[in-house]
Design a protein around this ligand. Structure first.
Ligand code: KE4
Length: 428
């Protein structure tokens, strides 16, 4: 009952009872649970119920919650102060850690969210090229800055409001939308707008329409078109950065973008975003250059500490473990669904995956929107009742952590077997 009472109180002081729309369970129905604490891959709600966590705070908790080294480092850091508004050593150390891992990045600027990172990267691309137009992909989600809120994914897609009221036409007149994985349409826009495109912003692996990997040649095609027409390629790696490989999606696909945005994992659960690229490009950013961007809490010492220790724990062995566990989960879920005659398509890259209730491959937001979201909602609640907390939307990615061991995977699959037979029996 406490969850319901908390949600009732929350709903009178917070819009929709939450601080981010997707958390409100709108697309799956029901009352969200209020999490009181977490450890490893286990969440505990306000009523003491435990859940295996596949939200992972939407990506940051790749090590699992309360990793001892992160907790210890934060405890030491907090005793030295929470924010100075001055340079501090850990922001240098974290920047060096990112630069060392991502070949295309020589310099970074820290901000406080993925949204700030993407809006700043787009401003920089426009300043560097002296052009205005940006290409984004339908179902791509780059945060809630005005110019991105058309055909947006994630919570916007979940709520069926990919275009938001309050966004003036002027803010989106310079944004062109193209279907994900459709290189021909991108080339068409470049031809039509020759010399006016400042950049292309893309999730190198889409994670906000559910997980939709790039088709072979798609990312290289974008790289070549940007080179041909003098535009900048911006990889939005807020989700994929340090998630799918030690150097992110750009390491996985061996593509060097001009700019990269980061978030989530680099904060280890505290609010951080970042954008980076060549020293030449980044030196256009104030105070080195004239492109203005600022932030009271940018480079916050606690967030830098949590991010630094998290990245330092992410060894190649950790990524190998995450790949093994995630592949094992995928295979067992596919076999279990088959036994229940439920058609699913699991799309996965590394330790991020989505179950689509459909019988074919998903390549863009249109495909994703035609999958059976009612079945997902039924599956979601059956899993939640059995102690598995999935992301509350069929347009989101599940995230595994280093704490998802074999017993956790087996318990997940066992609960999924019940959930699939519930779906099959009730013919969602
Ligand atoms: P934030 O402003 O939420 O830190 O980051 C925005 C963002 C930018 N780029 C990508 C690729 C992202 O996935 C995100 C945010 N991701 C969503 C989850 N799909 C955040 C969850 C939420 O909105 O509550």
């Amino acid at each position: 009952m406490k969850n319901a009472k908390l949600f009732e109180r929350a709903s009178s002081v917070l819009p929709g009872g939450v601080n981010s729309p997707v958390r409100a369970f709108k697309s799956v129905g029901g009352v969200p649970v209020f999490i009181e604490k977490a450890d490893g891959c286990i969440l505990t709600d306000s009523e003491g119920n435990e859940y295996i966590d596949y939200i992972g705070s939407w990506g940051p908790m790749i090590l699992g919650h309360c990793h001892p080294k992160v907790v210890e480092a934060l405890q030491n850091a907090v005793r030295k102060g929470t924010s100075f508004g001055t340079p501090s050593e850990n922001e240098v150390l974290l920047a060096e850690e990112i630069v060392q891992r991502v070949d295309s990045v020589e310099m970074v600027r820290f901000v406080n969210s993925g949204t700030e990172a993407t809006m700043s990267a787009v401003r920089l691309a426009r300043a560097a090229t002296k052009r205005d137009l940006i290409i984004k992909f339908a179902g791509g989600y780059h945060g809630h800055a005005d110019s991105f809120l058309i055909s947006a994914g994630s919570g916007a897609a979940s709520l069926g409001i990919p275009d938001s009221p309050g966004v003036p036409t002027g803010a989106v007149k310079d944004t062109r939308i193209v279907p994900y994985n459709d290189l021909e349409k991108v080339e068409l826009v470049f031809k039509e707008q020759d010399g006016n495109i400042a950049g292309v912003i893309v999730e190198p692996i889409a994670g906000n329409m559910g997980v939709v990997p790039p088709k072979p040649g798609f990312l290289m095609g974008l790289r070549n078109l940007c080179d041909q027409y003098g535009a900048l390629l911006i990889f939005d790696e807020v989700m994929t950065g340090f998630r799918v490989a030690r150097g992110g999606a750009q390491e996985l696909y061996s593509i060097n973008p001009d700019l990269t945005t980061f978030g989530k994992i680099i904060g280890g659960g505290l609010p951080v975003g970042a954008y980076g690229g060549s020293s030449e490009l980044m030196s256009l950013i104030a105070p080195a250059g004239k492109v203005y961007q600022a932030g009271t809490l940018s480079g916050n010492p606690l967030a830098m500490t949590a991010g630094l220790v998290t990245l330092q724990q992410l060894s190649r062995e950790t990524y190998a473990f995450l790949e093994k566990q995630s592949a094992n989960l995928q295979e067992k879920l596919e076999n279990t669904a088959m036994k229940s005659n439920v058609s699913i398509e699991i799309q996965r890259v590394g330790s991020m995956l989505t179950i689509f209730f459909t019988d074919h491959e998903i390549n863009n937001i249109d495909d994703a929107s035609k999958t059976n979201h009612k079945a997902f909602a039924g599956f979601f609640h059956s899993m939640l009742e059995n102690g598995i907390h999935l992301p509350p939307s069929g347009y989101e990615a599940w995230f595994l952590s280093a704490a998802h061991n074999d017993d956790i995977i087996d318990k997940t699959v066992k609960c999924a077997a019940n959930a699939f037979s519930f779906i099959e029996r009730d013919h969602f």
